[in-house]
Design a protein around this ligand. Structure first.
Ligand SMILES: [Fe+2]
Length: 575
């Protein structure tokens, strides 16, 4: 069934339950809220953490109660601040409210645990919900007697514990209660994102809370996150979704999707999550440390993207000038949504600026960075974009984005390439810069089909490299220069440094290598005067930090307005 936001609709697979989903624009500050109307109760799942959303929930409940007075049962899929903060919402006098959460969530709320409730991630709004929770879920795994929740007038809700056998022999912790007239609400313990995470099912709908985001960079590693539990839960929920009666899944943030697409997503997540064995705790200290590196990395990526943006507009301009008959140019132009790419780039620049200047909570900015980085990765891997932009530049940006995502995810910076000989890496790099310049004469109009047209165009645009007018002088060390760095990563750093120097208007760059005291040293300098401040302190820091992970360093030494940029790397002996 298709679930629409902000409207009452009947839930298939139930005799008489309606749902009113509140789905704000996906954000990490306040969750979705799902309201259900059943004969004997109104059910609220995850009120969220926005005052405006709370007013809307109160209005909807007040209207529903005016039609038929019933108790309100409020459930938290987990105790995180963005789901739980407004759980104390006010209702018309005389309305009975019973609140439910997993026992570990109830404890975390009771003890105002700022880590387990993730309140520490929201420094501008630190209040933790103080409302009373009578419904302590999964308090015991014994299935003997149902737990009873007493209401006024001698009425009661009975909470049954009945483990559920899943296909392929697995078992899911389950509780359920009746909502009247044959309607029932099932609760499953699905830990991983947090110990207190539960999923709820009414008829054909399964509400998963934040499970679909639990492997995301910036989300995995939060206090309470557990790798083994997450993998088990992903497998269990996949099996649960084999039950044909469940047709739609409602996440804690963003739109509801079909059970089939959720299964596909969870399976991808399982592959992704299986690598996340050593994720460090995403505590306040780590977020602050992360911010410094992410800040430098985003600025560097934004600089690369400025080159992309310029090139795409040049393409667009070139193409609009070529009003040839067969329309190859216009087909290329149509296939590239330059405006969309530019929107993502602007978004990314805004995130980079927010990092620099904003008093915004750091975690929310980190998550925004992740979102934009992923959109950019998608855009940069599209075939047409890869043809228009030269590949070395695209690959450089992709490696930067991947570094950023891995870092936020908590994976340590690791060496993925084979270490190489520095002299060879530099020789190859300078050869490429030369080849790029030589191809400038390619004639667009000689191209016979779309593919060769694009290739010619790419070559012409690649000739706009900032390095095309630079004269290089390379003095390689006579000794073996094998160092602890892969060709691509060293190539990225050297290209960025050389482009940075060229960007200061420098037309001559000297590079020399030396091997001494167990280190390979690469020195970049120029006979021309330059101001190293124009290179940017943050970039210096970024390269120094990146090389530091490999046991190396990057520094800038001043000699009478002629700075030397020095890269040092641990030398490796050839076996
Ligand atoms: Fe969460």
């Amino acid at each position: 069934m298709k679930i629409e936001a902000n409207i009452w609709q009947k839930i298939s697979g139930t005799p008489s339950v309606d749902i009113f989903p509140i789905i704000p624009k996906a954000n990490c500050v306040s969750s979705n809220c799902y309201i259900f109307s059943a004969p004997e109760a109104l059910v609220v799942v995850d009120p969220g953490a926005s005052a405006e959303q709370t007013r809307q929930i109160s209005r909807i409940l007040t209207d529903a109660l005016s039609v038929s007075q019933r108790p309100v049962l409020l459930f938290l899929t987990h105790c995180h601040q963005d789901h739980s903060q407004e759980a104390g919402l006010e209702l018309p006098t005389g309305t009975e409210v019973k609140r439910f959460a997993h026992k570990s969530g109830v404890e975390a709320l009771k003890h105002r645990d700022r880590n387990l409730t993730t309140a520490y991630l929201y420094p501008w709004n630190p209040e933790i919900c103080t409302a009373r929770f009578d419904g302590v879920l999964f308090a015991s795994s014994l299935a003997s007697e149902p737990a009873a929740l007493e209401l006024s007038g001698g009425r009661r809700f009975e909470l049954y514990t009945e483990p559920m056998a899943l296909p392929h022999g697995a078992t899911l912790q389950r509780q359920w209660l009746s909502l009247g007239a044959g309607n029932r609400l099932e609760i499953y313990h699905t830990p991983g994102h947090s110990a207190c995470s539960i999923s709820l099912r009414i008829g054909s709908l399964l509400m998963l809370g934040d499970l679909p985001f639990a492997a995301n960079p910036g989300v995995c590693g939060l206090d309470g996150w557990n790798h083994a539990d997450l993998l088990q839960t992903l497998r269990n929920v996949d099996r649960l979704l084999e039950i044909p009666e469940i047709t739609a899944c409602c996440p804690g943030h963003g739109y509801c999707v079909s059970a089939q697409s959720m299964r596909e997503k969870l399976r991808l997540m399982e592959t992704e999550a299986s690598n996340l064995t050593d994720v460090p705790l995403m505590d306040a200290e780590r977020i602050s440390a992360l911010k410094i590196y992410a800040d430098e990395l985003l600025e560097e990526t934004a600089a690369l993207l400025t080159i992309f943006s310029g090139r795409l507009y040049t393409v667009s301009y070139c193409l609009s000038m070529l009003e040839e008959e067969d329309g190859a140019a216009s087909r290329v132009l149509e296939s590239l949504d330059i405006d969309q790419i530019d929107r993502i780039l602007s978004d990314f620049r805004r995130v980079a600026e927010a990092f620099n200047s904003s008093p915004m909570p750091e975690w929310t900015v980190v998550l925004k960075g992740v979102q934009v980085a992923r959109s950019l990765q998608k855009v940069l891997s599209a075939e047409n974009v890869r043809q228009i932009l030269d590949l070395s530049l695209v690959d450089r940006a992709q490696r930067r984005l991947e570094d950023f995502l891995n870092l936020v995810r908590g994976l340590q910076f690791f060496q993925t390439e084979q270490p190489g000989a520095v002299n060879e890496i530099i020789t190859e790099l300078l050869k490429q810069a030369k080849e790029t310049t030589l191809m400038e004469s390619a004639d667009l109009m000689e191209a016979v089909d779309d593919k060769s047209f694009l290739q010619a165009l790419t070559r012409r645009l690649a000739a706009y490299s900032p390095l095309r007018d630079v004269q290089f002088e390379f003095a390689p060390a006579a000794q073996e220069t094998k160092a602890n760095i892969g060709a691509e990563r060293l190539g990225d750093i050297l290209t960025n440094v050389m482009e940075g120097i060229a960007g200061m208007g420098i037309k001559q760059i000297s590079i020399d290598t030396q091997v001494a005291s167990g280190q390979v040293e690469i020195r970049l300098s120029s006979r021309e005067r330059m101001d190293p401040a124009a290179f940017g302190k943050r970039r210096l820091d970024l390269y120094n930090r990146t090389l530091g992970w490999l046991g190396g360093s990057f520094e800038c030494i001043q000699h009478e307005s002629r700075p030397d940029f020095i890269i040092r790397l641990p030398a490796l002996k050839t076996m």
